[in-house]
Design a binder for this molecule. Structure first.
Ligand code: SAM
Length: 270
């Protein structure tokens, strides 16, 4: 990946590092939830992540944020979980959770693109999504990381926001094209589009004007083709009407449910 893209990842990571305070506030709530055996994974994900105990010795969660989803994979049966995130504060929050739960978890603070090679070829499951791919400036570099982490026969499961949502005006009360984010096929990199820039820790930060995030949308074709080119094979692809965050607060539920807002992508390494 070229140095300009690396630099954009670094800048974006610094903003997420500030937003980690939001995740820190939920620390005790999330520990309590996991301790009770409850998990944070959402309904469409569960069909793809069942029976982990029978096949998943190691799950690697790319862009794990505060680690609650990562530790949910352990609760679902993964023998060991590994979380990777560029934000040191997010990783610190994740570490506090796994220590409190005495979970078999390891955490790495780095750009996804620099995921340590010691993890290569040993993941039964690579899991990512729910606001992960748009922060990637080079989808092929990302796909090659997924490919090197998976053991032969290992699975990739992505549950991510549907790229079609990129085109809609997030404030509108009907489906209306956003004047800011261009079209579905746009290669445009948007700066400071919404969350996490609207989070309290960023809005109240002394150096707020120096904090920025860079994001872009990848089409379904670009995502799948980058993974195929890296050596993975498609097992199942599904689009869902479910939203994983309150992205369109003014859109009536009956309209929301008529179009896809998330997708599931299951691929495997031959
Ligand atoms: C919306 S959060 C993902 C949340 C995650 N799905 C969860 O709930 O567990 C996005 C995360 O991506 C991380 N991130 C952004 N760019 C990254 C990069 N280049 N490498 C690694 N992590 C990155 C951020 O630090 C943040 O924790």
């Amino acid at each position: 990946m070229d140095s300009a893209k690396r630099q954009m990842h670094k800048v974006t990571g610094s903003a997420w590092d500030v937003t980690a305070q939001v995740y820190e506030r939920d620390l005790e709530r999330d520990i309590g939830m996991l301790r009770r055996g409850e998990i944070s994974l959402q309904a469409p994900e569960l069909g793809y992540l069942n029976n982990l105990g029978s096949w998943c010795k190691r799950a690697v969660h790319l862009q794990c944020a505060g680690g609650t989803d990562t530790l949910s994979l352990w609760k679902l049966g993964a023998a060991e979980v590994v979380g990777v995130d560029i934000s040191a504060q997010m990783i610190a929050v994740a570490e506090l959770k796994s220590m409190a739960l005495q979970a078999p978890a390891r955490w790495h603070c780095c750009d996804v693109i620099d995921t340590p090679h010691e993890l290569d070829g040993a993941a039964d499951l690579v899991y990512t999504g729910k606001g992960a791919l748009p922060w990637m400036m080079d989808i092929e570099a990302w796909a090659s990381v997924v490919a090197r982490l998976l053991r032969p026969g290992g699975r990739l499961y992505v549950y991510e926001g549907h790229p079609l949502d990129w085109v809609w005006d997030m404030e509108a009360s009907t489906y209306q094209l956003s004047p800011h984010t261009g079209g579905y096929f746009s290669e445009q990199v948007a700066q400071d589009r919404g969350w996490p820039m609207t989070s309290d820790p960023i809005r109240e930060h002394a150096d707020r004007d120096r904090l920025h995030v860079h994001e872009r949308q990848w089409t379904l074709g670009q995502i799948m083709n980058s993974l195929v080119a890296a050596g993975l094979r498609l097992a199942r692809f599904e689009e869902h009407p479910d939203l994983f965050w309150n992205q369109f607060p003014n859109l009536p539920a009956d309209l929301a449910s008529r179009l896809p807002h998330t997708f599931s992508l299951l691929m495997h390494m031959p």
